[in-house]
Design a protein around this ligand. Structure first.
Ligand SMILES: NC(=O)c1ccc[n+]([C@@H]2O[C@H](COP(=O)([O-])OP(=O)(O)OC[C@H]3O[C@@H](n4cnc5c(N)ncnc54)[C@H](OP(=O)(O)O)[C@@H]3O)[C@@H](O)[C@H]2O)c1
Length: 320
């Protein structure tokens, strides 16, 4: 009888009520994989999208039903076992990383390729470390063009990625405008945003113009994105509707080229090299990984709703 663990599983795309806490076998690492005893897993909007199977691109792992039964990609914990070919880690090492392909973090144990993991800095708790890999990598890449004199706008600024992005853009010297709902704007200011916009009352594409736009929740037409950019400016879509994604990839590319602007999808490079600089900023006390709430494993449905229904300020963490 294989060793058992507690895990939150789902069989169909749908609401959080479809999640169940079950006992299932502890996974066995393949040669290049590591078995992690999970201490903390942060919730990303991508978990919510994977649960709902919406937007359509969230079904890339299974069109009709999910292939991965356990969600949770941003894991932090201790190495419990390693595959035969693993060279970077030993049993007992404290690690963290974005396990986006295999998921499995809403459980007591998860397997991950060694390539997605890094040693956890001693200066960060497991919960803090779990907030960084996905959101930190997106924020670092999405703010690469921030610099003194650059006017940057971040749409969806009060969430997990926005929290890091505002701080990174301010650290780089940019002027930052943060867009989110009214209830999150004090928080967005507290992270350093110079200006804030409530998306429920103001269409940000009729403000500006800006040199750099990082859009975490894109729903608008490419003409709106063109309008909000200065000549030479860049608009980066990170998440949003499948429709917006199609428009950005097709008409957006063309419109951008014709009008001396760039309208494009930010294809985020994941992996330790992408998120470790953000972790170093957190250890140095220059960046705050704001944890809104910590939930237990049996509260995963509530944790996912808290993020998916837009109540979280910054990051939400599950501790098995
Ligand atoms: N491109 C890639 O390679 C890649 C890789 C990984 C992940 N992703 C995507 O990256 C995104 C990351 O999001 P996250 O984890 O930072 O999400 P998050 O923590 O949920 O933050 C999103 C924020 O946007 C706000 N919001 C919702 N609707 C909005 C609207 N119409 N206008 C402005 N703000 C709005 C939300 O607040 P309220 O809902 O309360 O208003 C929330 O504060 C996800 O969409 C994920 O799928 C992309």
């Amino acid at each position: 009888m294989p060793r058992q663990m507690r895990a939150v599983v789902y069989e169909r795309y749908g609401p959080p009520s479809g999640l169940r806490l079950e006992r299932i076998p502890v996974p066995t690492p393949k040669p290049t994989q590591v078995l992690v005893e999970v201490a903390a897993t942060s919730v990303n909007l991508s978990d919510w999208e994977g649960l709902r199977g919406s937007p359509a691109y969230a079904r890339f792992g299974g069109l009709r039903r999910p292939v991965r039964r356990v969600l949770g990609s941003d894991i932090a914990g201790r190495v419990a076992a390693i595959g035969d070919a693993v060279t970077t880690f030993r049993v007992g090492d404290e690690v963290y990383g974005d396990n986006l392909l295999l998921m499995g973090g809403f459980a007591e144990f998860a397997v991950a390729p060694e390539s997605v993991l890094a040693l956890k800095p001693a200066g960060l708790s497991f919960a803090e470390a779990s907030t960084i890999p996905q959101a930190g990598a997106i924020a670092a890449q999405g703010t690469a063009g921030a610099a003194p004199g650059v006017r940057m706008l971040i749409n969806g600024a009060g969430g997990g990625t926005g929290t890091f992005a505002i701080q990174l853009a301010k650290r780089a010297g940019a002027h930052v405008t943060g867009v989110d709902n009214a209830g999150k704007l004090d928080y967005v200011r507290s992270l350093g945003a110079d200006d804030v916009i409530d998306y429920r009352t103001t269409d940000y594409t009729r403000t500006g113009p800006y040199d750099l736009v990082l859009d975490l929740v894109a729903y608008r037409s490419v003409f709106a994105y063109r309008r909000v950019l200065n000549p030479g400016g860049q608009y980066w879509m990170v998440g949003g509707s499948a429709r917006a994604l199609l428009r950005v990839l097709t008409a957006g590319t063309l419109l951008g080229r014709l009008s001396d602007r760039r309208i494009a999808l930010l294809v985020v490079r994941s992996g330790p090299a992408a998120f470790m600089p953000v972790a170093e900023g957190c250890v140095a006390g220059e960046i705050d990984s704001h944890i809104d709430r910590v939930f237990s494993l049996d509260e995963v449905p509530a944790a996912l709703s808290h993020v998916g229904e837009g109540r979280a300020l910054g990051k939400v963490v599950v501790e098995p």
